[in-house]
Write a protein that binds this ligand. Structure first.
Ligand code: BEZ
Length: 250
């Protein structure tokens, strides 16, 4: 798959206006996770719904859907798709008596810093036999890309907020909360990225802090070919994504 991005982000999150056009590969690649859900009718929570593309897809498939995201603008975008959505952090949400049959999450869990707390909230949000399906960056995700950034910013500690769990750590988080793990897949999913600078502008705002991003982006662009893998078929540079995909039930 080829993708191209032209934008800037905000610290530790993506730009809600630009995300839909430049990062459309994210929900596209997350669609197989939807297929892990039991068939509708079911009440589904989209945890870290982003701009709501997959929440809307769930609605289209016949589910009752509620989205939550920590980013207000993302929640607005989700509501524009006629999905009920709320600003809530994954580590601290509670729907009290209004339980869900399923919780779904795609490419959001790794932005959440206290992941055991997230799984605790998920458990509390689910009714009996509740289902939790999801996908996030797994251990080693974007290691080559981050190495390239470190080469450009050697004086910086790694400021980015992501946590990419190992399969063992994720399984433990789930099982401690009483989930039975039906499947847990850990796999490489490199994605073609003709211009890695676009990736950094979109997702790497945490690296820029108070500095002008463009010199960093240019320096990163220059070294990226020395760090990133290339597609064996097209020779295009690739972002070294690693995924963890799970299906768990209470
Ligand atoms: C990911 O989907 O793996 C990802 C996206 C943005 C920043 C870091 C990781």
């Amino acid at each position: 798959m080829r993708w191209s991005l032209v934008l800037r982000g905000v610290s530790a999150k993506c730009d809600a206006d630009l995300y839909g056009t430049t990062a459309s590969f994210v929900p596209q690649l997350g669609k197989p996770v939807l297929d892990l859900l039991p068939p509708p009718p079911k009440r589904v929570l989209d945890l870290g719904c982003g701009d709501g593309v997959l929440s809307a897809e769930l609605l289209d498939r016949g589910y009752e859907v509620v989205g939550i995201d920590a980013d207000e603008r993302m929640v607005e975008k989700t509501r524009e798709r006629n999905v009920e959505a709320f600003v809530k952090r994954g580590e601290a949400f509670d729907f009290e008596a209004k339980k869900f049959d399923c919780v779904f999450t795609n490419a959001a869990f790794h932005w959440m810093t206290d992941q055991p707390a997230v799984v605790r909230c998920v458990k509390q949000a689910l009714g009996p036999n509740g289902v939790f399906v999801g996908e996030c960056g797994g251990h080693g995700n974007i290691a080559a890309l981050r190495e390239a950034v470190r080469h450009v910013l050697p004086e910086e500690p790694d400021l980015c907020p992501w946590t990419f769990p190992t399969p063992i750590a994720l399984r433990e988080m789930l099982e401690i909360q009483g989930f039975r793990v039906l499947s847990l897949d850990y796999f490489d999913r490199p994605v073609e990225c003709p211009d890695p600078a676009d990736w950094l502008r979109t997702f790497g705002n945490c690296y820029f802090r108070d500095r002008d991003p463009e010199p960093v982006v240019r320096a990163f662009s220059d070294v990226a070919p020395d760090f990133l893998p290339t597609s064996p078929t097209t020779g295009t540079l690739m972002v070294d994504y690693v995924r963890l995909r799970w299906h768990a039930v209470l």
